[in-house]
Design a protein around this ligand. Structure first.
Ligand SMILES: C[C@H](C(=O)O)C(=O)SCCNC(=O)CCNC(=O)[C@H](O)C(C)(C)COP(=O)(O)OP(=O)(O)OC[C@H]1O[C@@H](n2cnc3c(N)ncnc32)[C@H](O)[C@@H]1OP(=O)(O)O
Length: 566
């Protein structure tokens, strides 16, 4: 790009920066020197390919979504938390908010994630262990007691039974007297990554997509600020993928949901702002920063050029980041604080919108209160002390980072082509039931292509670790020192007994006939193709449990078994 065009862009950015609201904060270095809100080529310099980099807050958003970067608003500190019963987790949330957490993020226990009640025989031994147990709207009410749902943004990490859990959240808001239309938050919902990596589905993909389509319609029409999907690369990466695979599979999944919305006749400019993303911040610092920057650029281009999005908000890729659980070690666990800090810094330099930092004890158990606090403080140290929030995309223009960004983008584009080819193999006539990328994803799930490629990448990494080519402190290098014992959070089995007892009491107290009628109405909607959110809300209001709702749907749609592959 020639120097004049670059200068014109600088003036455009400056005008938008000047007009935007900034935080009331000190934006100088530690030594008191002033810093610009963003940097670019020196006046008069040409820069080949600058249109791919641009200025913060403008297409293709490589350098972030806002002209002010974090000067307008810092990232949201959103610590993922949940354990035991709703009451215990409610206490933890109040602690997080009191200590400066900016939003909430619910971790559910395994039975809830699988759409089972706490008294289901399959839930035995799992209730309240890896997250909080939620059986019905009454639990959801307790979970958010004294936390005004109209004022806080809540993320809920659940995908198989996302829609009934979302209905419980809406009913909890109603019971607080909050109009659901004003709710802002995020529901994970992303079912593609369940088949690709995380493995917590309930049914075959098609009925899940039908429910997700219903949810997208409902949110686009009635809860405009709510993000019904958090398209997740985190689990793909944690299963062992490379950075480029994480990026490409996740964005392709995102394209799949765009195609789903379009196939429902929704306006892309209305529903696309409801698609948000969730990535892993692994320990290779620069590769991760490049991945985040490439993600924004690819998404903006595809949304504009392939799917016809016109508004900036519909072209924006907004994402939450979690530091890499797999990078943590059980050996010398205090070193995990350092790894997490480096990974969090990569996320921030990559322009994350929201961040979770892992606790040092997470390879061993759910975080203790002390470990959770250190994780939170890690973000606060970055935010308050280091100056990283002063300048938007401070690594923009670095030869290394720009080339990595280009390379990872090119790798992702190759993978999109492979996905589309698979779609064409499934539908050689080019008539795709939802869309070309979706056809490719479904075919790749069916034939085990995604899982096979991730397994291959994980195997290659493990081999290089065992050969000593890749090194992990405390694991295959610098081993042998002991850095002290950790106090581990243990969730006792009395939580399960208590939860089962409470569930029994609630079942005894409710109007069974009303529950049966509501479940029947939901089943009718499942069969006649009408939007299922309304009848599901009625079932939840009648205190139907998660297991009952999912049970009706399992009976109707069947369960899904993954094809075996070696
Ligand atoms: C591994 C584990 C497991 O499976 O076990 C998991 O999955 S854990 C998975 C945990 N997942 C999560 O926690 C997902 C979290 N995701 C989210 O919170 C969301 O989807 C998100 C990524 C979009 C972040 O939302 P957020 O509300 O925190 O932050 P936003 O970036 O939207 O910012 C809030 C508002 O401030 C505005 N805003 C932000 N920055 C600026 C700025 N510089 N200038 C002007 N306005 C700004 C935004 O546009 C928005 O307003 P407006 O709204 O008006 O536009």
């Amino acid at each position: 790009m020639d120097a004049d065009a670059i200068e014109e862009g600088r003036r455009r950015w400056q005008a938008r920066y000047d007009a935007a609201r900034k935080r009331d904060a000190d934006f100088t270095t530690l030594s008191g020197d002033p810093v610009e809100p963003a940097y670019g080529p020196r006046p008069g310099d040409r820069y080949e390919g600058f249109e791919r980099i641009g200025w913060p807050g403008e297409y293709p958003f490589t350098r972030g979504l806002y002209p002010t970067g974090y000067r307008g608003r810092t990232w949201t500190i959103r610590q993922f938390a949940g354990f035991g019963n709703a009451e215990q987790t409610n206490e933890r949330y109040k602690m997080i908010l009191a200590h400066g957490g900016g939003g909430l993020s619910v971790a559910f226990d395994m039975p809830t994630l699988m759409g089972r009640d706490s008294d289901d025989p399959r839930s035995l031994g799992e209730v309240g262990h890896c997250g909080v147990a939620v059986d019905s709207a009454a639990d959801m009410e307790v979970l958010f007691r004294d936390i005004p749902l109209g004022d806080v943004t809540t993320s809920m990490t659940i995908s198989g039974p996302a829609v009934p859990v979302f209905c419980m959240y809406l009913v909890a808001a109603e019971r607080q007297g909050v109009d659901p239309a004003v709710l802002n938050g995020t529901l994970q919902t992303d079912i593609f990554k369940e088949y690709i990596a995380q493995k917590e589905w309930l049914f075959r993909p098609e009925p899940h997509l039908r429910l997700i389509g219903d949810l997208m319609e409902h949110c686009a029409a009635r809860i405009p600020a709510y993000k019904p999907l958090s398209v997740s690369g985190y689990h793909i990466r944690e299963a062992g993928s490379t950075a480029a695979q994480e990026l490409a599979y996740t964005l392709a999944d995102g394209f799949g949901y765009v195609e789903l919305g379009l196939s429902r006749g929704l306006d892309v400019d209305v529903f696309a702002p409801g698609l948000s993303f969730f990535f892993d911040a692994h320990v290779d610092f620069f590769e991760e920063i490049a991945k985040f920057r490439a993600a924004r650029r690819i998404w903006a281009r595809w949304l504009r050029d392939v799917y016809g999005a016109k508004s900036e908000k519909a072209q924006w890729l907004r994402f939450h980041t979690q530091t890499a659980g797999v990078s943590l070690t059980a050996q010398q666990p205090y070193n995990n604080v350092v790894r997490t800090a480096v990974e969090a810094l990569a996320a921030v330099l990559g322009g994350t919108n929201s961040l979770h930092t892992n606790a040092l004890d997470e390879t061993l158990a759910l975080p203790s209160a002390q470990a959770a606090e250190i994780a939170l403080r890690t973000q606060q140290v970055l935010m308050e002390e280091t100056g990283v929030a002063n300048v938007a995309d401070p690594l923009g223009g670095s030869w290394y980072v720009e080339q990595l960004t280009d390379r990872i983008e090119a790798d992702a584009e190759k993978i999109f082509e492979q996905i589309k080819e698979r779609g064409l193999r499934a539908h050689p006539d080019g008539r795709h039931p939802i869309g070309p990328v979706t056809s490719g994803i479904l075919r790749g799930i069916e034939d085990g292509w995604f899982t096979g490629d991730i397994a291959e990448a994980a195997f290659r990494y493990q081999q290089s670790l065992e050969k000593g080519e890749k090194r992990v402190v405390g694991v295959n290098v610098h081993t042998g020192s002991v850095t002290g014992d950790l106090e581990i959070l243990r969730v006792g089995h009395e939580v399960e007994r208590e939860q089962v007892r409470t569930l029994g009491d609630r079942r005894a107290a409710r109007d069974d006939a009303a529950v049966r009628a509501a479940l029947q109405a939901m089943l009718t909607a499942a069969r006649d193709g009408s939007n299922m959110i309304g009848p599901m809300l009625d079932a939840v209001r009648a205190e139907a449990t998660l297991g009952e709702i999912c049970g009706v749907l399992r009976d109707e749609w069947g369960v899904y078994t993954e094809p075996a592959g070696f």
